[in-house]
Design a protein around this ligand. Structure first.
Ligand code: NI
Length: 190
């Protein structure tokens, strides 16, 4: 089932997401994960975090494979992340690159992030994993994990750029934005 994507300005995108418990390993969660995959692919995204579909829980789906030609680390990078935790990030080596977000349609801005991270997480079967990630895949992961702590990538751009796109962000928050997937804005238009 396709779910509406909540737009920049909606309060759910600013909440700290709750971790899933062992008791959440059930059909309802599996259905939600399936719906998130469908919603992400339908909107041509490479990642989607549960707050973006209005659920303040620590659940993310990522499929970086459309980026694999340019970023080989993204090949076969299809992952469901439950309770992901970035336990190390190399702040000494920040890389600047363009990012976009399904909750911020029509915009892309340069964001500086660590190029290398270490992460622990549970997969869709609630099995624990840990691994190192780098390059664009590390960027996707950090972008999605930001959604779980109430952050959007536009929080991490330069003050000058932020000022420059301020009116566009205001319009998105009001739902005044063209978008070819279903969205839900903070403010209902009459
Ligand atoms: Ni995003």
């Amino acid at each position: 089932m396709l779910l509406p994507i909540y737009l920049y300005g909606h309060p759910v995108l600013r909440k700290i997401a709750e971790p899933l418990e062992a008791t959440d390993n059930n059909e309802e969660t599996q259905k939600l994960i399936a719906d998130m995959w469908e919603t992400m692919y339908n909107s041509d995204g490479v990642g989607l975090a549960a707050p973006q579909i209005g659920k303040s829980i620590q659940l993310v789906v990522i499929d970086g494979s459309p980026m694999a030609e340019r970023f080989p680390e993204c090949a076969d990078a299809k992952m469901c992340l439950i309770n992901p935790e970035i336990t190390e990030a190399d702040d000494a080596e920040l890389v600047a690159f363009e990012e976009g977000c399904l909750s911020v349609p029509g915009l892309s801005e340069t964001v500086k992030r660590p190029d290398k991270i270490h992460m622990t997480w549970l997969d869709e079967n609630f099995q624990p994993h840990e691994a190192d990630f780098s390059g664009f895949l590390a960027r996707i992961i950090q972008h999605e994990c930001d959604h779980l702590i109430g952050k959007v990538y536009t929080d991490r751009i330069s003050p000058i750029r932020k000022q420059f796109i301020k009116s566009k962000l205001t319009n998105i928050a009001k739902g005044k934005v063209a978008c070819d997937y279903r969205t839900k804005a903070a403010v209902n238009r009459r």
